[in-house]
Design a protein around this ligand. Structure first.
Ligand code: NAD
Length: 481
């Protein structure tokens, strides 16, 4: 793999400021071709323990720095990422598959968290509380929670790391990350730049491992760890929450979703189709806020579906580094087979296939953009998180009924409402039981706003002031006078 800056290509774990071998090797492959990209160190539970020990040892000095001192280092890290954005994006596309334009977008988005939290940490204000007793003075101060451990997924190998590490480091915490084994190169490249930026040894550590269960146990159970933050599936999140219970860790969970996308009869159909394409087809449908169920009012159903079909058919599958590619592979074959199984089952139960529904000749991890109509709420394709390029359309007639159907899921991450009627838009946005609702927009995630879910989609928020609060404890200080 050719990069302008080959210093970004790391094949070892980053522990206590050093690049270290693991017990064995782990193969990283290009999901578009299956080609081997790198054989990298395969970390173990013992490596994770060393990383936690390093983070624990580094905590007093790092948390003891002033906010301005931490901010200066984080800004250097941000600048180095910006200087290397093309290389980082190429690396991301190679290991994850998304088209290069999307990868560049992720690098900028990911870096923006570092820049923003470098500023925000200067504002960790406490309070002076009007006292209940003239002989006492009451204050609060905010202090970093301590060692933070993170487990991140493969769908955003850069941004899911910075969204956690940037506020944690800015707050004065030290960090250990286990990235997904499919996409570790982006995580290690971020460490190389953090090292160059002058982040002290032990402050940020990355352990890559094919044995996520063993490393995960250390990160969730070691008593030196104060907080655990996870992005991934609800199923694994539940397991990790139970593992955290033994030492009562603070936890943040960014889990799966089953996003409804509701198109009312008063929607601007072109705006709705553009928004739908952005939420449904970005990263080949492998985003947690990806639209899962498209509810379309029966009076605009046919026109919406035809416009959506035309735009989906115009996607250009290919290798993410090839010019013109707008649609990449899924992460691995297992995901392709799962998605195909959902389509076959839906069709067998009466759904109508208007586009796709099959594998693509580009490579074994490619699945065609697929459009299904006449889907019903009780089909598995409408109840489970799809995580693939399937647009699934259901009809509705009545506002109250579609709100009830949209809320009828254990998930509560993102929802979308398309309507030009401000009264309806307000009403529906407020009635949807989701952590985030976008109205007449398909892409909404930003550094400055809180991202996260309710119900079984998670606990806590990333981004904005809420994302920073996750890494502080508020200490109440009472002085007798
Ligand atoms: P996953 O839960 O299988 O894996 C996520 C991470 O957990 C990976 O690093 C994996 O190695 C690790 N892991 C798996 N089993 C583990 C175990 N027993 N112990 C410790 N670690 C373990 O999810 P995935 O397939 O990588 O990602 C897709 C899921 O992530 C989807 O459900 C998606 O919605 C969710 N996601 C959520 C958000 C969000 O912000 N809410 C963002 C991106 C992805």
């Amino acid at each position: 793999m050719e990069l302008n800056n080959n210093q970004l290509l790391k094949a070892q774990n980053y522990i206590d400021g050093q690049w270290r071998d693991g017990a064995g090797k782990l193969a990283v492959t290009d999901p578009a071709t299956g080609a081997l990209l790198a054989d990298i160190a395969d970390g173990t539970a013992a490596d994770a323990e060393q990383a936690v020990a390093a983070a624990h040892a580094a905590f007093p000095a790092w948390s003891g720095k002033t906010a301005a001192e931490r901010a200066a280092i984080l800004k250097r890290w941000y600048q180095l990422i910006a200087n290397n954005r093309e290389d980082l994006a190429r690396l991301l596309t190679m290991e994850q598959g998304k088209p290069l334009a999307e990868a560049l977008g992720e690098i900028d988005y990911g870096a923006s968290y570092i820049e923003w939290y470098a500023e925000e940490c200067r504002r960790a204000y406490g309070q002076t509380i009007p006292t209940h007793n003239p002989n006492m003075r009451l204050h609060t101060i905010r202090q970093p929670v301590g060692v933070v451990t993170c487990i991140t997924p493969w769908n955003f190998p850069n941004a899911m790391i910075t969204r956690k590490a940037a506020p944690a480091l800015a707050a004065g915490c030290t960090v250990v990350i286990k990235p997904a084994a499919e996409t570790p190169l982006s995580a290690l490249a971020l460490c190389a730049l953090a090292q160059e930026a002058g982040l002290p040894a032990g402050t940020l550590n990355v352990v890559v491992s094919s044995d996520s269960a063993a490393v995960g146990k250390v990160l969730t159970q070691d008593p030196r760890v104060a907080k655990f933050t996870f992005t991934g599936s609800t199923q694994v999140g539940k397991l990790l929450m139970s593992q955290c219970a033994g030492t009562v860790k603070k936890m943040s969970m960014e889990l799966g979703g089953n996003a409804p996308f509701i198109v009312f009869d008063d929607a601007d159909i072109d705006v709705a189709v553009t928004a739908c394409m952005a939420t449904k087809m970005r990263n080949a449908g492998q985003t947690c806020v990806s639209t899962n169920r498209i509810y379309v009012h029966e009076s605009v159903h046919d026109v919406f579906v035809e416009k959506l079909r035309a735009q989906m058919a115009a996607l250009v599958p290919g290798h993410g580094l090839e010019q013109g590619t707008t649609f990449g592979p899924l992460i691995f074959r297992r995901a392709v087979d799962r998605v195909h199984g959902l389509v076959e089952e839906a069709v067998a139960n009466g759904a109508r296939l208007l586009l796709g529904g099959d594998f693509l000749p580009n490579g074994e991890n490619y699945y065609a953009p697929t459009l299904l109509v006449d889907v019903h709420d009780d089909m598995r394709i409408a109840r489970e998180e799809i995580f693939g390029p399937l647009a699934v359309v259901l009809k509705f007639r009545d506002e109250a009924d579609v709100i009830r159907r949209a809320n009828d899921t254990a998930y509560g991450l993102a929802a979308y409402v398309m309507s030009e009627n401000i009264h309806r838009a307000n009403r529906v946005v407020e009635a949807l039981e989701y952590g985030m609702v976008a109205c007449n927009a398909g892409v909404f995630s930003t550094t400055v706003a809180p991202f996260g879910g309710i119900k079984e989609s998670g606990i806590g928020r990333e981004g904005g002031v809420e994302g920073m609060a996750e890494f502080y404890e508020t200490k109440y200080c009472c002085y007798g006078v």
